[in-house]
Design a protein around this ligand. Structure first.
Ligand code: KDO
Length: 330
């Protein structure tokens, strides 16, 4: 449960633990992520972040969840067993329910809106809480993209116009409560499964579909085992590049500044690449034989917003925050 997870993390934060490892006198920053090394966030970190900090730290990424299982990274950082992660609002909401505001569908409007919100003073108390209670510093916001429905059935077999059409559809969603709730709000029957198991899940029919942005559908080759993409754009999805506060605080001020700049530069590089891919890949997917079409977006937006606003999640959102977020959309 949320409370015990937070208590555990808080207890771990007070325990003495080994600080990050060093190689050739430089700290080694180990990052664990379920993302593949060809994912645009990974490419940005490898090509932009790593060289920009190379003079004072060694970036050591572990992709495909080979070091830590998806969803266990924050606790690993908190315990001093990991230095960095690409985390999500949904994972943070396990510890801090107010982060679920960013897990609600149709809240962020686009990539630029995410950046404005992350850099706005309204985020300060939330960032501080994550630092103080979990020992995790959120460095920058990364763009994952607009999440779309990706189903095994063709459009002829199942045409999705409204949430009602997803009744009984077993939809893989990532494993935390906030993600599962989004699946339910879409009208589907959500089921948790680790990212690295999706391909087989789709191939064997263990699930009827999954949701992810188009670049992920292509990078992970989900198009090989599915027949349609329904462009719901239900979540303009983000990730946070996160680092152990203890590791960050141990760096001298100039290196902290350089690391922050490297994070922002890498995120911007990844964002532009991802946006371009989102546009280009519709043609690629159609060429692979998938049906790609838009549903009744208003029907989805209304349904998802209604369910979130009347849920226990909305009760945890700081007063006035949703209005402030909406006001930052251009
Ligand atoms: C996923 O599990 O569907 C998801 O897209 C959730 C994101 O928050 C992010 O963790 C992502 O997976 C992984 O980085 C793999 O791309």
């Amino acid at each position: 449960t949320r409370r015990s997870a937070l208590a555990m993390a808080a207890a771990a934060a007070t325990l003495p633990f080994a600080s990050s490892t060093f190689a050739a006198g430089k700290p080694v920053l180990r990052l664990s992520s379920p993302a593949s090394e060809t994912d645009q966030r990974a490419v940005a970190l490898i090509e932009k972040f790593a060289p920009a900090i190379a003079s004072f730290a060694t970036f050591e990424p572990h992709w495909n969840a080979t070091l830590f299982k998806q969803g266990t990274e924050l606790e690993a950082i908190s315990r001093g067993n990991l230095d960095m992660a690409i985390t999500s609002a949904q994972e943070l909401a396990v510890f801090f329910p107010e982060f679920s505001i960013f897990s609600a569908g149709y809240v962020h409007k686009d990539a630029a809106h995410q950046v404005k919100v992350f850099n706005d003073p309204l985020m300060e108390p939330m960032k501080k809480k994550v630092e103080d209670d979990l020992g995790v510093k959120l460095l920058t916001v990364m763009y994952l993209g607009r999440r779309q429905l990706n189903l095994r059935k063709s459009k002829a077999e199942l045409t999705v116009k409204t949430p009602a059409d997803l009744k009984g559809v077993t939809l893989r969603m990532p494993g935390t409560d906030a993600w599962q709730f989004l699946g339910k709000a879409l009208g589907a029957n959500p089921t948790p499964m680790a990212f690295t198991e999706i391909y087989t899940g789709l191939q064997t029919g263990a699930v009827d579909g999954q949701d992810n942005p188009l670049p992920t559908v292509v990078d992970a080759k989900f198009y090989e085992v599915t027949k349609q993409i329904c462009l719901t754009s239900h979540l303009v999805d983000l990730n946070y590049l996160a680092i152990s506060k203890k590791v960050f605080d141990a760096l001298p001020a100039d290196q902290q500044a350089a690391l922050l700049k490297a994070s922002n530069d890498a995120a911007e590089f990844g964002r532009q690449n991802q946006l371009k891919k989102e546009d280009d890949l519709i043609a690629f997917l159609k060429d692979k034989g998938l049906d790609v079409y838009e549903p009744d977006i208003k029907a989805f937006r209304d349904h998802v917003q209604k369910l979130f606003l009347s849920s226990e999640y909305a009760a945890s959102w700081p007063k006035g925050m949703l209005d402030k977020i909406n006001a930052l959309a251009s």
